[in-house]
Each structure stands twice: as C-alpha cells, then as structure tokens.
Design a protein around this ligand. Sequence first.
Ligand SMILES: [Zn+2]
Length: 74
Amino acid sequence: MELADAIEEVKTTCRFCNRKAVFNLRHDPEGRALVDGPTVLLGTEECYSPTCFECYQSRIDEAKAAAAGEFTAR
Ligand SMILES: [Zn+2]
C-alpha cells in the first residue's frame, strides 16, 4: 500500500518532457505560456498543464522575452 501511494505521487508528469511536474503552467492553446503583462491577449483561451520546474522556467522566460520583443517593436 505504501508503495502504491509512492507511485501515485509521481503520476503527474510534465507535459513537455515527462519529468515530475511541480507547477501548473498557464498557457494558450498553442502551448505558449501566459504571463501577466501588457501583451496578455483578450479572448485567449487559457489552458493549464502540469509542468516541471525546468520547462516552467524556460516557457515563462520565452514568453517574457517574446512579450518584451513585441512591446519594443512598436
Ligand atoms: Zn518538463
């Protein structure tokens, strides 16, 4: 029974790399992370996916970089 519990605990795996998920990433239907900021799109459907620390960080950094790029390009 204790073993079954341990297996149950790691059942949630990262959507992107299958490591153990520790975050719930908010993202759009294309998998781009949604971050709070000036470029949050109205009407964008929000999705949540279990995500490991590494993927969460890289997705957020990517989204912030993209948002910063869009912002300065105007
Ligand atoms: Zn991952």
